[in-house]
Design a protein around this ligand. Structure first.
Ligand code: PXG
Ligand code: PLP
Length: 461
């Protein structure tokens, strides 16, 4: 049934082949079709940055260069890249069982991973609901909070409270409670019944704080005002990041998170910690909740859960939240929510091997060991050109630069490009350079990152 190929098409096919052959060496893919996420597409496609390999602290690009990874990929590759145990676990799982439906069915690794994650979480937070990303974890936690109150006969609690400058992913619930203006202003009215408390950034009092800022616990009292305005009986949950990452690394002032916790407890409001970045060792304990000594009712995690190797997120719920759902006839589904790929076998295999690797290498507490040295290194950039603040905690830091007048983000982005050309990958957000290196980083590599940034700042002067 093969149709003869029209001569014109044959010609075209030959000439395409010829073109391909002529460019045989490291052929760059066509760049047009891929609409890239959170990327300046036109800038990128004019000068693409293509990663083709990775090993521990480094990427390799398509020009064969080694690039030091200063951000753990995108705050996620906490154990460093291509760890053999994780690679093998994924390979083995792919060969053993590709997919298992998560609704009304299960597979052993989902239960094993939930048990392992619960064991790492604060006492009492022992129920784990799997998603495929941080954004999905946030949507799940918000829905859980609403359904929790309703299950308890408290169904007027429908309001959600976020915080200015918060980042909770990109789905509608997440941008509604989120507080990064650029991520929400173009997307319409979003969820109704959402309010925000103020952010905790206070450079006048806290600039160049080493670790937690001393001033600002009272910013939590704004929650009392929101409660006075709306009445506690209408509020379901408050969601905050323990450390706000995406907005440029804002560290919670001493006492602030505890005060939020106390207010929520007093008013029957669920407290959600979005630990997508702070989870899995970034702050020196498995979770920020433990580092800061404050236990929320729900936690959202992702990223480091699988070392970024296979997409996965989760909500870790307090037993009291879960148990409120467990009534009614036993044949009925208690929480009508889930994703086709919840607890995907490849993600579970990656998650289990990731937790093994963290344990074997002591990575979930390594940031605590390195944090003084890291703090000293990043704060040595104080006084360099354009630097107006430096913030740090555990193995995360933000170096804020003075924006070029009328051109926000441009200064930091040009430093990002300069560093990339010289073999260091960082992340910039607004005019802040964010660092969150893999937790396996060496002292020499900490020094190398800071020296390279120092040189870039001076070049940009
Ligand atoms: N919550 C928090 C606190 C996050 O940091 C998400 C939710 C969403 O996770 P997913 O997996 O859906 O991306 C995140 C993700 C940045 C940056 O520029 C940060 C994130 C994602 C992309 C960019 O700092 N964090
Ligand atoms: N859209 C349609 C038409 C679907 O059938 C499904 C899932 O079955 C979804 C969206 C949701 O996809 P997922 O479960 O992967 O989030």
């Amino acid at each position: 049934m093969n149709k003869p190929i029209a001569p014109a098409l044959m010609e075209a096919a030959e000439s395409v082949g010829a073109v391909t052959a002529a460019h045989a060496a490291p052929a760059r893919p066509a760049l047009d079709a891929y609409w890239m996420p959170f990327t300046a597409n036109r800038q990128f496609k004019g000068n693409p940055r293509l990663l083709v390999g990775a090993d521990r602290m480094h990427y390799r690009d398509d020009r064969g260069r080694q690039v030091l990874d200063g951000v753990a990929g995108l705050w996620c590759v906490n154990a460093g890249h291509n760890r053999p145990r994780i690679v093998k676990a994924i390979q083995d799982q792919a060969a053993e069982m590709d997919f298992a439906p998560p609704f009304q069915m299960g597979h052993p690794k989902a239960f094993e991973l939930a048990t392992r994650v619960a064991a790492l979480a604060p006492a009492g937070m022992d129920k784990v609901f799997f998603t495929n990303s941080g954004s999905e974890a946030v949507e799940t936690a918000l829905k859980m909070a609403l359904a929790y109150h309703r299950a308890r006969g408290d169904g007027t609690r429908t309001r959600l409270i976020g915080r200015e400058r918060g980042y909770h992913g990109v789905n509608f619930g997440g941008i509604s409670v989120g507080g990064m203006v650029a991520n929400r202003k173009t997307f319409g009215a979003m969820l109704a019944g959402v309010d925000h408390i103020r952010h905790t950034h206070d450079p006048a009092r806290n600039a160049y704080s080493v670790g937690q800022p001393l001033h600002g616990a009272e910013f939590a009292d704004e929650l009392e005002r929101r409660i006075a305005l709306h009445d506690a009986s209408t509020i379901a949950a408050v969601i905050v990041e323990p450390i706000a990452g995406s907005t440029g690394v804002l560290i919670p002032p001493v006492g602030y998170l505890q005060r939020l916790r106390d207010i929520c407890t007093r008013h029957g409001i669920l407290l959600i910690f979005d630990e997508v970045i702070t989870g899995f060792g970034r702050t020196g304990q498995p979770f920020g909740a433990q580092t800061f000594g404050v236990t929320p009712d729900l936690m959202t995690v992702a990223k480091g859960l699988t070392n970024g190797c296979v997409p996965m997120g989760a909500v870790i719920a307090g037993g009291h939240v879960h148990d409120a759902f467990m009534n009614g006839p036993e044949h009925l589904i208690e929480f009508l929510h889930g994703y086709t790929y919840s607890a995907h076998p490849l993600a579970c295999a990656a998650g289990l091997a990731t937790l093994d690797t963290y344990e074997e290498d002591g990575l979930l507490t390594r940031a605590a060991t390195l944090q003084d040295e890291f703090a000293q290194a990043v704060h040595s950039l104080r006084g360099e050109p354009h630097v107006i603040d430096i913030r740090n905690f555990g193995l995360v830091a933000g170096i804020e630069l003075q924006a070029i007048a009328g051109e926000p983000t441009r200064r930091a982005f040009s430093i990002f490009l300069d560093l990339w050309e010289r073999g260091l990958m960082v992340r910039t957000t607004g005019d802040t350079i964010a660092l969150s290196p893999p937790l396996i980083i060496s002292s020499e590599q900490i020094a190398q990152i800071v020296d390279m940034i120092r040189a870039a700042l001076r070049r940009a002067a």
